[in-house]
Design a protein around this ligand. Structure first.
Ligand code: CA
Length: 229
């Protein structure tokens, strides 16, 4: 499990990193709010420990901006402020839990376990930036708006969501979604991916479907730089 710690106090960050790594968690640290938000948006973490007073962007603003963009990653706020107003504000903005500094390491571990447990129970949702998938209802939403998909398109999109940022070849898609050996003479995969791409990306400035020529497709908001000239 990967945890992102957003904490500007080096000593605290180091202590948390060391302790959580000893518990078997995979840890990344960001020392300011801007970088923290950037990393939280990559979709490669399972939980964020978010300090409130941070350089560049404070924790509440980071939380607010993540939730505004439909990024549902579990967030535990680490706050030195203990006023009820701050705590209620944080929970209202969509924090999953909070801890008031100073806290014991045991308590932090318990909170992490509880947030992860709660999140697992409701983890029928897959997210990538503002794109979300309900894996029970088989529905997709982009920026809160439902995207109408055929059964096959849904299956394709779910496959892409599980492989975020990874290049998926036409052969792999044909095998996984259509279940037959790839016939190089057919362009059925490209046709379907293009249909899906249109539906997902049409109304958004940020395009999520990327093509790597000769290799396949991947889901990302930025184009990987091709190593081939
Ligand atoms: Ca701080």
């Amino acid at each position: 499990m990967r945890i992102l710690i957003v904490e500007d106090e080096q000593k605290v960050a180091r202590f948390l990193k060391k302790g959580l790594e000893a518990e078997g968690y995979d840890i990344e640290v960001a020392h300011d709010g801007e970088l923290g938000e950037q990393l939280a948006r990559t979709g490669s973490f399972d939980l964020v420990l978010l300090d409130v007073l941070l350089p560049k962007k404070d924790g509440f603003t980071v939380l607010h901006d993540l939730r505004k963009n439909s990024i549902r990653i579990p967030i535990v706020m680490l706050t030195a402020r203990s006023t009820t107003e701050d705590i209620v504000g944080g929970l209202d903005e969509g924090a999953d839990d909070y801890l008031t500094k100073p806290f014991s390491f045991e308590e932090l571990l318990a909170r992490i376990r509880s947030v992860v447990r709660r999140n697992r129970q409701i983890k029928t949702q897959l997210h990538f930036l503002d794109l979300s998938l309900d894996t029970v209802a088989h529905k997709a939403h982009r920026n809160g708006k439902q995207i109408d998909l055929t059964t096959r398109e849904y299956a394709l999109l779910e496959y892409f969501m599980h492989s975020q940022g990874k290049i998926i070849s036409r052969q792999e898609l044909a095998k996984e979604i259509w279940g037959y050996d790839f016939d190089p003479g057919t362009n059925v995969v490209d046709v379907y991916v293009n249909h899906l791409r249109k539906k997902v990306d049409a109304d958004s400035k940020v395009k999520l479907f990327q093509t790597e020529r000769g290799k396949g497709y991947y889901l990302s908001d930025t184009k990987l730089t091709s190593k081939n000239p």
